[in-house]
Design a protein around this ligand. Structure first.
Ligand SMILES: Cc1cc2nc3c(=O)[nH]c(=O)nc-3n(C[C@H](O)[C@H](O)[C@H](O)COP(=O)(O)OP(=O)(O)OC[C@H]3O[C@@H](n4cnc5c(N)ncnc54)[C@H](O)[C@@H]3O)c2cc1C
Length: 383
Protein backbone atom coordinates (compact mmCIF):
# COMPACT_ATOMS: atom_id res chain seq x y z
CA UNK A 1 0.00 0.00 0.00
CA UNK A 2 1.23 3.49 -0.85
CA UNK A 3 1.00 5.73 2.25
CA UNK A 4 1.72 9.47 2.42
CA UNK A 5 2.16 11.30 5.73
CA UNK A 6 2.08 15.09 6.05
CA UNK A 7 4.17 16.20 9.02
CA UNK A 8 7.16 14.59 10.69
CA UNK A 9 6.28 15.29 14.34
CA UNK A 10 5.68 12.57 16.95
CA UNK A 11 2.45 11.51 15.23
CA UNK A 12 3.96 11.31 11.74
CA UNK A 13 7.18 9.53 12.71
CA UNK A 14 5.62 6.97 15.02
CA UNK A 15 2.91 6.17 12.45
CA UNK A 16 5.58 5.64 9.81
CA UNK A 17 7.43 3.26 12.14
CA UNK A 18 4.37 1.19 12.97
CA UNK A 19 3.16 1.04 9.37
CA UNK A 20 6.62 0.15 8.04
CA UNK A 21 6.32 -3.20 9.81
CA UNK A 22 4.18 -4.36 6.93
CA UNK A 23 6.75 -4.83 4.12
CA UNK A 24 4.06 -4.24 1.48
CA UNK A 25 3.62 -0.66 2.75
CA UNK A 26 5.70 2.12 1.23
CA UNK A 27 5.64 5.35 3.24
CA UNK A 28 6.54 8.89 2.21
CA UNK A 29 6.74 11.62 4.88
CA UNK A 30 6.51 15.30 3.88
CA UNK A 31 7.64 18.14 6.07
CA UNK A 32 7.85 21.85 5.44
CA UNK A 33 11.23 22.18 7.12
CA UNK A 34 14.46 21.38 5.35
CA UNK A 35 15.56 19.04 8.10
CA UNK A 36 13.71 16.76 10.42
CA UNK A 37 13.73 18.44 13.81
CA UNK A 38 11.68 19.17 16.89
CA UNK A 39 11.89 22.57 18.52
CA UNK A 40 10.77 22.97 22.11
CA UNK A 41 11.52 22.04 25.68
CA UNK A 42 10.77 18.91 27.65
CA UNK A 43 7.61 16.86 27.60
CA UNK A 44 6.14 14.49 30.12
CA UNK A 45 5.58 11.01 28.76
CA UNK A 46 2.71 9.27 30.50
CA UNK A 47 2.17 5.56 31.22
CA UNK A 48 -0.47 5.57 28.44
CA UNK A 49 2.11 6.00 25.68
CA UNK A 50 4.99 4.12 27.32
CA UNK A 51 3.35 0.96 26.01
CA UNK A 52 3.46 2.44 22.49
CA UNK A 53 7.17 3.22 22.86
CA UNK A 54 7.83 -0.20 24.35
CA UNK A 55 6.32 -1.84 21.27
CA UNK A 56 8.69 0.29 19.15
CA UNK A 57 11.64 -0.95 21.26
CA UNK A 58 12.26 2.60 22.50
CA UNK A 59 11.29 2.15 26.13
CA UNK A 60 14.84 1.47 27.39
CA UNK A 61 16.15 4.53 25.56
CA UNK A 62 13.31 6.59 27.05
CA UNK A 63 14.42 5.59 30.56
CA UNK A 64 18.09 6.08 29.75
CA UNK A 65 17.66 9.63 28.42
CA UNK A 66 14.65 10.77 30.49
CA UNK A 67 14.06 11.30 34.23
CA UNK A 68 11.36 9.39 36.05
CA UNK A 69 8.67 11.63 37.52
CA UNK A 70 6.74 10.35 40.54
CA UNK A 71 4.90 13.46 41.74
CA UNK A 72 3.42 16.71 40.47
CA UNK A 73 3.46 19.40 43.11
CA UNK A 74 1.70 22.79 42.97
CA UNK A 75 2.79 25.55 45.36
CA UNK A 76 1.04 28.89 45.52
CA UNK A 77 2.45 32.35 46.20
CA UNK A 78 1.61 31.97 49.91
CA UNK A 79 3.91 28.91 50.14
CA UNK A 80 0.90 26.62 50.41
CA UNK A 81 0.97 23.22 48.73
CA UNK A 82 -2.13 23.41 46.54
CA UNK A 83 -1.94 19.99 44.99
CA UNK A 84 0.08 16.83 45.06
CA UNK A 85 -0.68 14.37 42.29
CA UNK A 86 1.21 11.15 42.68
CA UNK A 87 1.54 8.40 40.06
CA UNK A 88 1.71 6.06 43.03
CA UNK A 89 -2.00 6.68 43.65
CA UNK A 90 -2.68 5.04 40.29
CA UNK A 91 -0.44 2.02 40.80
CA UNK A 92 2.61 1.12 42.84
CA UNK A 93 5.85 1.91 41.02
CA UNK A 94 3.99 3.89 38.39
CA UNK A 95 5.75 6.96 36.96
CA UNK A 96 5.89 9.42 34.11
CA UNK A 97 9.09 10.31 32.27
CA UNK A 98 10.32 13.84 31.62
CA UNK A 99 12.40 13.93 28.44
CA UNK A 100 13.59 16.62 26.10
CA UNK A 101 11.39 16.79 23.04
CA UNK A 102 14.29 16.64 20.61
CA UNK A 103 15.73 13.55 22.34
CA UNK A 104 12.55 11.53 21.89
CA UNK A 105 12.17 12.90 18.42
CA UNK A 106 15.71 11.81 17.47
CA UNK A 107 15.03 8.30 18.80
CA UNK A 108 12.01 8.01 16.50
CA UNK A 109 13.79 9.57 13.54
CA UNK A 110 16.90 7.38 13.88
CA UNK A 111 14.69 4.31 13.77
CA UNK A 112 12.84 5.62 10.69
CA UNK A 113 16.17 5.99 8.89
CA UNK A 114 16.83 2.28 9.27
CA UNK A 115 13.63 1.33 7.43
CA UNK A 116 13.92 0.76 3.70
CA UNK A 117 10.23 1.43 3.13
CA UNK A 118 10.21 4.95 4.67
CA UNK A 119 11.34 7.97 2.65
CA UNK A 120 11.44 11.67 3.61
CA UNK A 121 10.57 14.57 1.35
CA UNK A 122 11.66 17.72 3.13
CA UNK A 123 11.09 21.39 2.34
CA UNK A 124 7.68 20.38 1.03
CA UNK A 125 4.96 22.49 2.58
CA UNK A 126 1.60 20.94 1.70
CA UNK A 127 -1.10 23.56 1.40
CA UNK A 128 -3.77 21.59 -0.47
CA UNK A 129 -5.15 18.09 -0.12
CA UNK A 130 -5.70 18.18 -3.89
CA UNK A 131 -1.93 18.29 -4.42
CA UNK A 132 -1.16 15.67 -7.11
CA UNK A 133 1.88 14.36 -5.27
CA UNK A 134 -0.38 13.22 -2.40
CA UNK A 135 -2.04 10.56 -4.56
CA UNK A 136 -1.94 7.39 -2.45
CA UNK A 137 -3.94 4.54 -0.91
CA UNK A 138 -3.84 6.22 2.49
CA UNK A 139 -3.15 9.86 3.35
CA UNK A 140 -2.28 10.66 6.97
CA UNK A 141 -2.48 14.31 7.99
CA UNK A 142 -0.22 14.91 11.01
CA UNK A 143 0.85 18.50 10.59
CA UNK A 144 0.01 19.87 14.02
CA UNK A 145 -2.77 21.90 15.61
CA UNK A 146 -2.46 24.92 13.29
CA UNK A 147 -3.05 22.74 10.20
CA UNK A 148 -4.58 24.59 7.25
CA UNK A 149 -5.62 21.23 5.73
CA UNK A 150 -8.37 20.41 8.20
CA UNK A 151 -10.81 22.96 6.82
CA UNK A 152 -10.45 21.43 3.35
CA UNK A 153 -12.55 18.44 4.28
CA UNK A 154 -16.27 18.43 5.09
CA UNK A 155 -16.08 17.37 8.75
CA UNK A 156 -17.60 19.40 11.58
CA UNK A 157 -14.65 21.00 13.37
CA UNK A 158 -13.42 23.95 15.40
CA UNK A 159 -10.09 25.64 16.10
CA UNK A 160 -9.57 28.14 18.92
CA UNK A 161 -6.34 29.68 20.16
CA UNK A 162 -5.95 29.74 23.93
CA UNK A 163 -5.60 33.30 25.33
CA UNK A 164 -2.49 32.24 27.23
CA UNK A 165 0.65 30.61 25.85
CA UNK A 166 4.01 30.15 27.53
CA UNK A 167 7.64 31.08 27.40
CA UNK A 168 9.92 28.09 27.58
CA UNK A 169 13.59 27.38 27.97
CA UNK A 170 15.88 24.54 28.99
CA UNK A 171 18.72 24.85 31.52
CA UNK A 172 21.38 22.51 32.86
CA UNK A 173 20.60 22.07 36.53
CA UNK A 174 21.89 19.56 39.07
CA UNK A 175 20.21 20.71 42.27
CA UNK A 176 16.44 21.00 41.87
CA UNK A 177 14.48 18.20 43.54
CA UNK A 178 14.67 15.01 41.45
CA UNK A 179 11.71 13.07 40.07
CA UNK A 180 9.18 15.85 40.68
CA UNK A 181 7.42 18.33 38.42
CA UNK A 182 6.93 21.61 40.27
CA UNK A 183 4.39 24.27 39.41
CA UNK A 184 4.58 27.61 41.22
CA UNK A 185 1.29 29.48 41.05
CA UNK A 186 -0.18 32.88 41.77
CA UNK A 187 -3.93 32.74 41.15
CA UNK A 188 -4.29 31.80 37.48
CA UNK A 189 -2.23 34.68 36.09
CA UNK A 190 1.19 33.36 37.04
CA UNK A 191 2.52 29.87 36.62
CA UNK A 192 6.10 28.69 36.58
CA UNK A 193 6.58 25.04 35.63
CA UNK A 194 9.84 23.14 36.17
CA UNK A 195 10.03 19.73 34.55
CA UNK A 196 13.15 17.55 34.96
CA UNK A 197 13.81 16.47 31.37
CA UNK A 198 16.51 13.83 31.59
CA UNK A 199 20.02 14.33 30.29
CA UNK A 200 21.33 16.20 27.27
CA UNK A 201 23.77 14.82 24.67
CA UNK A 202 26.67 15.52 27.07
CA UNK A 203 25.07 13.58 29.91
CA UNK A 204 24.16 16.74 31.89
CA UNK A 205 20.86 16.86 33.76
CA UNK A 206 18.41 19.32 32.24
CA UNK A 207 15.27 21.07 33.47
CA UNK A 208 12.61 22.58 31.21
CA UNK A 209 11.15 25.82 32.46
CA UNK A 210 7.74 27.14 31.40
CA UNK A 211 6.39 30.59 32.22
CA UNK A 212 2.74 31.29 31.48
CA UNK A 213 2.08 34.47 29.48
CA UNK A 214 -0.98 35.98 27.80
CA UNK A 215 -0.70 35.84 24.01
CA UNK A 216 -1.35 39.60 23.95
CA UNK A 217 1.90 40.17 25.90
CA UNK A 218 4.12 38.09 23.64
CA UNK A 219 5.65 41.17 21.99
CA UNK A 220 5.54 43.53 24.94
CA UNK A 221 6.90 41.59 27.91
CA UNK A 222 10.40 42.27 29.19
CA UNK A 223 12.77 39.62 30.50
CA UNK A 224 13.45 41.76 33.60
CA UNK A 225 9.76 41.78 34.62
CA UNK A 226 9.49 38.06 34.20
CA UNK A 227 12.69 37.31 36.08
CA UNK A 228 11.46 39.45 38.96
CA UNK A 229 8.30 37.34 39.20
CA UNK A 230 10.21 34.08 38.78
CA UNK A 231 12.58 35.15 41.53
CA UNK A 232 9.64 35.62 43.87
CA UNK A 233 8.37 32.09 43.23
CA UNK A 234 11.87 30.62 43.57
CA UNK A 235 12.83 32.63 46.64
CA UNK A 236 13.63 29.45 48.63
CA UNK A 237 15.89 28.04 45.89
CA UNK A 238 19.62 28.49 45.37
CA UNK A 239 20.58 31.87 43.78
CA UNK A 240 22.45 29.93 41.05
CA UNK A 241 19.09 28.83 39.67
CA UNK A 242 17.96 32.44 39.18
CA UNK A 243 21.30 33.23 37.59
CA UNK A 244 20.82 30.43 35.06
CA UNK A 245 17.28 31.59 34.32
CA UNK A 246 18.50 35.14 33.74
CA UNK A 247 21.06 33.92 31.21
CA UNK A 248 18.68 31.63 29.35
CA UNK A 249 16.98 32.43 26.03
CA UNK A 250 13.21 32.09 25.98
CA UNK A 251 10.86 31.17 23.13
CA UNK A 252 7.12 31.60 23.05
CA UNK A 253 4.61 28.81 22.34
CA UNK A 254 0.93 29.27 21.53
CA UNK A 255 -1.52 26.41 21.68
CA UNK A 256 -4.94 25.77 20.27
CA UNK A 257 -7.96 23.73 21.10
CA UNK A 258 -8.86 21.59 18.07
CA UNK A 259 -12.07 19.61 17.77
CA UNK A 260 -13.10 17.27 14.95
CA UNK A 261 -16.33 15.33 14.98
CA UNK A 262 -14.56 12.45 13.27
CA UNK A 263 -11.03 11.93 12.08
CA UNK A 264 -11.51 10.11 8.76
CA UNK A 265 -12.80 11.13 5.37
CA UNK A 266 -12.52 8.71 2.40
CA UNK A 267 -8.85 7.58 2.45
CA UNK A 268 -7.69 10.52 4.59
CA UNK A 269 -7.13 10.39 8.34
CA UNK A 270 -6.17 13.19 10.76
CA UNK A 271 -3.98 12.28 13.72
CA UNK A 272 -2.01 14.00 16.50
CA UNK A 273 -2.51 17.69 17.21
CA UNK A 274 -3.96 18.19 13.71
CA UNK A 275 -6.97 16.18 14.91
CA UNK A 276 -7.13 17.12 18.59
CA UNK A 277 -4.74 19.89 19.65
CA UNK A 278 -5.16 20.85 23.29
CA UNK A 279 -3.51 22.90 26.00
CA UNK A 280 -0.38 21.24 27.43
CA UNK A 281 -1.70 21.70 30.97
CA UNK A 282 -2.51 17.99 31.30
CA UNK A 283 0.72 16.88 29.58
CA UNK A 284 -1.08 14.63 27.10
CA UNK A 285 -0.57 15.92 23.52
CA UNK A 286 2.52 13.95 22.52
CA UNK A 287 1.12 10.91 24.32
CA UNK A 288 -2.11 11.14 22.34
CA UNK A 289 -0.11 11.48 19.11
CA UNK A 290 1.81 8.28 19.91
CA UNK A 291 -1.39 6.45 20.81
CA UNK A 292 -3.00 7.55 17.53
CA UNK A 293 -0.19 5.99 15.55
CA UNK A 294 -0.46 2.71 17.43
CA UNK A 295 -4.24 2.42 16.98
CA UNK A 296 -4.12 3.47 13.34
CA UNK A 297 -1.72 0.64 12.62
CA UNK A 298 -3.83 -1.74 14.70
CA UNK A 299 -7.06 -1.13 12.75
CA UNK A 300 -5.22 -1.34 9.42
CA UNK A 301 -3.51 -4.60 10.35
CA UNK A 302 -6.74 -6.12 11.66
CA UNK A 303 -8.58 -5.21 8.47
CA UNK A 304 -5.78 -6.43 6.23
CA UNK A 305 -5.07 -2.88 4.98
CA UNK A 306 -8.68 -2.31 3.95
CA UNK A 307 -8.65 1.49 4.35
CA UNK A 308 -12.39 1.87 3.80
CA UNK A 309 -13.12 -0.42 6.76
CA UNK A 310 -10.21 0.61 8.96
CA UNK A 311 -10.53 4.40 9.08
CA UNK A 312 -14.11 4.62 10.45
CA UNK A 313 -13.06 2.01 12.99
CA UNK A 314 -10.10 4.19 13.92
CA UNK A 315 -12.47 7.12 14.59
CA UNK A 316 -14.73 5.02 16.77
CA UNK A 317 -11.86 3.51 18.79
CA UNK A 318 -10.08 6.82 19.40
CA UNK A 319 -13.07 9.13 19.95
CA UNK A 320 -13.93 8.44 23.63
CA UNK A 321 -10.33 8.89 24.79
CA UNK A 322 -9.66 12.00 22.68
CA UNK A 323 -12.97 13.61 23.63
CA UNK A 324 -12.44 12.96 27.33
CA UNK A 325 -9.04 14.67 27.36
CA UNK A 326 -10.27 17.49 25.11
CA UNK A 327 -13.02 18.26 27.63
CA UNK A 328 -10.72 17.90 30.63
CA UNK A 329 -8.22 20.24 29.03
CA UNK A 330 -10.91 22.85 28.30
CA UNK A 331 -12.18 22.65 31.86
CA UNK A 332 -8.82 22.69 33.67
CA UNK A 333 -6.78 25.16 31.62
CA UNK A 334 -8.59 28.34 32.80
CA UNK A 335 -7.89 27.31 36.40
CA UNK A 336 -4.20 27.74 35.60
CA UNK A 337 -4.12 30.28 32.81
CA UNK A 338 -6.69 33.04 32.92
CA UNK A 339 -7.19 36.68 33.89
CA UNK A 340 -9.91 35.65 36.34
CA UNK A 341 -8.40 35.69 39.84
CA UNK A 342 -11.44 33.81 41.05
CA UNK A 343 -10.52 30.69 39.07
CA UNK A 344 -7.14 30.50 40.78
CA UNK A 345 -8.68 31.03 44.20
CA UNK A 346 -11.24 28.30 43.52
CA UNK A 347 -8.46 25.94 42.35
CA UNK A 348 -6.38 26.54 45.47
CA UNK A 349 -9.28 25.88 47.83
CA UNK A 350 -10.75 22.94 45.92
CA UNK A 351 -7.49 21.10 45.26
CA UNK A 352 -6.13 21.75 48.77
CA UNK A 353 -9.12 19.85 50.16
CA UNK A 354 -9.25 17.23 47.38
CA UNK A 355 -5.65 16.15 47.91
CA UNK A 356 -6.65 14.63 51.28
CA UNK A 357 -9.41 12.51 49.73
CA UNK A 358 -8.26 9.16 48.38
CA UNK A 359 -11.13 9.08 45.88
CA UNK A 360 -10.12 12.34 44.23
CA UNK A 361 -6.41 11.45 44.39
CA UNK A 362 -7.24 8.27 42.47
CA UNK A 363 -9.14 10.17 39.79
CA UNK A 364 -6.43 12.84 39.42
CA UNK A 365 -3.71 10.23 39.03
CA UNK A 366 -5.80 8.23 36.57
CA UNK A 367 -6.36 11.34 34.43
CA UNK A 368 -2.66 12.15 34.62
CA UNK A 369 -1.66 8.66 33.47
CA UNK A 370 -3.54 9.35 30.24
CA UNK A 371 -5.72 6.27 30.00
CA UNK A 372 -9.17 7.52 31.00
CA UNK A 373 -11.98 7.49 28.43
CA UNK A 374 -15.05 8.65 30.34
CA UNK A 375 -16.13 10.96 33.18
CA UNK A 376 -18.61 8.43 34.50
CA UNK A 377 -17.44 4.97 33.62
CA UNK A 378 -14.14 3.66 34.91
CA UNK A 379 -13.09 2.52 31.46
CA UNK A 380 -9.52 2.78 30.19
CA UNK A 381 -8.02 2.49 26.72
CA UNK A 382 -7.36 -1.08 25.65
CA UNK A 383 -4.23 -1.76 23.61
C1 LIG B 1 4.84 24.33 25.82
C2 LIG B 1 4.34 22.98 25.48
C3 LIG B 1 4.52 21.92 26.39
C4 LIG B 1 4.03 20.64 26.09
N1 LIG B 1 4.20 19.64 27.01
C5 LIG B 1 3.72 18.41 26.74
C6 LIG B 1 3.89 17.34 27.66
O1 LIG B 1 4.45 17.50 28.76
N2 LIG B 1 3.40 16.10 27.33
C7 LIG B 1 2.79 15.89 26.14
O2 LIG B 1 2.38 14.75 25.88
N3 LIG B 1 2.61 16.88 25.24
C8 LIG B 1 3.05 18.13 25.50
N4 LIG B 1 2.87 19.13 24.61
C9 LIG B 1 2.09 18.86 23.39
C10 LIG B 1 2.93 18.17 22.32
O3 LIG B 1 4.08 18.91 22.07
C11 LIG B 1 2.14 18.03 21.03
O4 LIG B 1 0.88 17.47 21.34
C12 LIG B 1 2.84 17.11 20.03
O5 LIG B 1 4.08 17.67 19.68
C13 LIG B 1 1.97 16.90 18.79
O6 LIG B 1 2.68 16.16 17.85
P1 LIG B 1 2.22 16.14 16.33
O7 LIG B 1 3.14 15.20 15.64
O8 LIG B 1 0.77 15.90 16.25
O9 LIG B 1 2.42 17.63 15.80
P2 LIG B 1 3.71 18.54 15.71
O10 LIG B 1 4.71 18.14 16.73
O11 LIG B 1 3.20 19.93 15.71
O12 LIG B 1 4.35 18.21 14.27
C14 LIG B 1 3.80 18.69 13.08
C15 LIG B 1 4.83 18.58 11.95
O13 LIG B 1 4.19 18.97 10.74
C16 LIG B 1 5.03 19.85 9.99
N5 LIG B 1 4.14 20.70 9.18
C17 LIG B 1 3.27 21.64 9.62
N6 LIG B 1 2.56 22.15 8.59
C18 LIG B 1 3.00 21.51 7.47
C19 LIG B 1 2.63 21.58 6.10
N7 LIG B 1 1.67 22.43 5.67
N8 LIG B 1 3.28 20.80 5.20
C20 LIG B 1 4.25 19.94 5.62
N9 LIG B 1 4.64 19.83 6.92
C21 LIG B 1 4.01 20.59 7.84
C22 LIG B 1 5.80 20.60 11.07
O14 LIG B 1 7.02 21.10 10.54
C23 LIG B 1 6.04 19.52 12.12
O15 LIG B 1 7.22 18.79 11.87
C24 LIG B 1 3.35 20.41 24.87
C25 LIG B 1 3.19 21.46 23.95
C26 LIG B 1 3.67 22.73 24.26
C27 LIG B 1 3.48 23.84 23.25
Amino acid sequence: MKIKIIGSGFAGLSSALYLSRNPSNFITIYDKFNRVQSVGAGILIQPSSMEVLRKLNLYDDLLKRGEKIYNLVGINHGDRQVFLTSYNDYATQCFGVGIHRSTLFQLLYDQCKTKANIEFKLEREITSLEDQSLFSDLLIVANGSHSCLREQIPIKQSYRLYPYGCLWTTIEEEYTVPNTLYQYLKYSREMLGMLPSGVDDHGKRIISVFWSLPVTSRNTYTKEEILKDMKFHLRHQKPELIEKLSQANYSFAVYADVYMKKYDHKNIVFIGDAAHGMSPQLGQGANMALLDSYFLNKVLTESDNNVELALPKYTSIRSPHIKFYGQASKFLTPLYQSDQQLYGRFRDIFFSIAKYMQFSRNISSQILCGKKTSWIRNKEIEY
